[in-house]
Each structure stands twice: as structure tokens, then as C-alpha cells.
Ligand binder design. Sequence first.
Ligand code: EPU
Length: 335
Amino acid sequence: MEFHSNFSLKDYNTFGIDVKAKKFISITSMEQLREVLVSESDIFLLSGGSNMLLTKDIDKTVVHVNLKGITILEESENQVVIEVLAGEDWHQFVLWCVNHDFGGIENLSLIPGNVGTCPIQNIGAYGVEVKDVIESVDAMEISTGKIQTFSNSECEFGYRNSIFKNALKDQLVITKVRFKLTKGAHKPNTSYGAIESELLKHNIENPTIKDISNAVITIRQSKLPDPKEIGNSGSFFKNPVIGTTHFENLKEKYPNIPCYIIDDNSIKVPAGWLIETAGFKGKRFGDAGVHNRQALVLVNYGNASGQEIFELAKQIQSKIKIDFGVELEIEVNVC
Ligand code: EPU
């Protein structure tokens, strides 16, 4: 096993922040992972680096989970169960499924990150969340090196949430995820407005999963920056949920405020709209900025430090609180 010291993490986080790890190792097998967990006392786990903002050097051993492999476990006429190791790139796995005509994750095309981190924040987009197709998750306990298996319900999934972010935070390394996908009898989900209009543009009435994947890729490329070109971490904030009375008050002042009704008492408001209305969309402060096509995304134009991006996030949070009385919660992990 090869450890590196004073190792730059610039290429290992999608914000492209140049901080250093005191010690770094990329592991490619379960045995290596277990060995590292036993030998290193203080570890920092790194997967695709797509949902984190690094604000300082890491004075720990950074363990890059680089486990690869895709295996079909069960296959019937209408269903397939696929086991995927944590280090596989999420979007490449989606494309693999689409090309094999395995359905269920086509709406989640082009989301940055790795398979092993998709359950942690229950990634979601265009009407689908990954919890809808996860059969089970395997994880190695950091303190013992033992593997535990979590059924879908044991993962305690919620909006951008799971047990891995809460009760079991920092206790496990996710090693494998099993997905139950459809074969032949797909259940396409085109209810999200932008997908339907994108398909209509191409006169597609009965879309294949490939058509849906292509539509999602086009939509995402039209408004979300590619991390390979401009550093970013997707949605930086969660969409806040507020009470109906609070919402009615805001609607009087802002009649066009968009919303998703959650239940009789609560309404979700798009953070992107709040940030744009507060005047931040497209604003740039040095190399830290708010994307000009989707205000929910903070960007690094080149050499911003994590601290600069974090300061911008705090400035946005306090303006949103003053203007709308809404607390914006950060979605990415600030480390
Ligand atoms: N909006 C604005 N200004 C903006 C951005 C959005 O006014 O700058 C308004 C839009 O006009 C629309 C509403 O906000 O009325 C919602 O916008 P959009 O459909 O783009 O989706 P979102 O709520 O901003 C969520 C997810 C995205 C996911 C999309 C599509 C969260 C925090 N974000 O964004 O997830 O791709 O829906 O399903 O739930 C991610 O997590 O990295 C991510 C990109």
C-alpha cells in the first residue's frame, strides 16, 4: 500500500479547492480498506469529492475509496439486481444501465459523484430519488472492519438525507450498493415539466429510458456548470421548507414565488429563487461566485479558497434571513 504525504486534493474535489492532506492513500480492495482502518487512527473518507467544500488542510489520513466493479446478481424477465462497488462513477454507471436497457435511474443522469455516496444524501433529480431503486447497502464499520448490510428501510432515507448522515455519521465506509432496476417493463417518470418539454421538442411521445437520459443530460448541461470546467458541488443549499402562514405572507409581497406543497402545514420554496431574488445570481467575489444560470450553485472560477466560498455562503444565508425570514441550510459537507 502506498501512502503519500502532503498530498494536494485539488483533483479529488469537484470544487477544485487546493488543500493538502497530511497523508493520503487510494484503496482498491476490501482487504486494503480493512488494513488501513486498523493501522490509521484518524481518517478522513474521500469518495468522488462532489459534495464537499474543503476549507482547510486535512491533518488526518485521507482514504480515497477507489473500489471498482459492477456485477449482475439476479436477473428475471422484468427485473435485475445489480451490485456496484462504491468507487464506480455514478454517471458512468447510469450510462451502463441505460445501454443495457435497465431502467430506474435514467432521471439521475449526469449527477457528479460516486456510487458509494449516492445513498448518504439520497441523491435526487427530476422526480426520482435514488432511494426508489436501492435494494440494500453494505458498509464497513470503521472501528471493527466488519461489514454490515442495510436494507432500504434501514437506510432511513429522507429528502437529501439518510441514517448515514445522522445516527451513523462518521462510523462507516459504504463499500457496495445494490440496485433493483426494471427490464423491459420500465416505468418512465417524465412528470417533471422540463423533461416533458425537452422530449416534445424532439417529438418523442413514448420515450425510451435512453431518450429520458438524453433529455436530462441536455437540461442539466443547459443550466448546471460542468465541474470539469468550473469548480462546483451542485446544489449548495437545500430547498427550505416553511410554514403556510409564512409562505402566504411572502406571496403577498412576491406573487410569483414558486413552491412545492409538502402537506397542509408546510411548503418547500426553491432556494435558487430566493437567492436570485436577493440579487446574488451571477455575482462574483474574486474567484468565488454564484452561477449565472442556477443560483443554487456556488462556483470556483479558478483559485478561490474553500474559506472564500464558505464566506459567500454565509453572506447569502444572512441576506435570505433578512429579506425573507428563511433559514437556508447548506447541503454540501463543509470540512
Ligand atoms: N429558480 C430561480 N432561479 C434560479 C434557480 C431556480 O428562480 O437561479 C426557480 C426555477 O425557476 C424553478 C424553481 O426555482 O421555479 C426550481 O428550480 P429547478 O427546477 O432548477 O430545481 P431546484 O429546486 O433548484 C432541485 C435539486 C437539484 C435537481 C433539480 C431537478 C435540490 C436542493 N436541488 O433543484 O439537485 O437537479 O431539483 O430535479 O433539491 C443537486 O442536488 O446537486 C442538484 C442539482
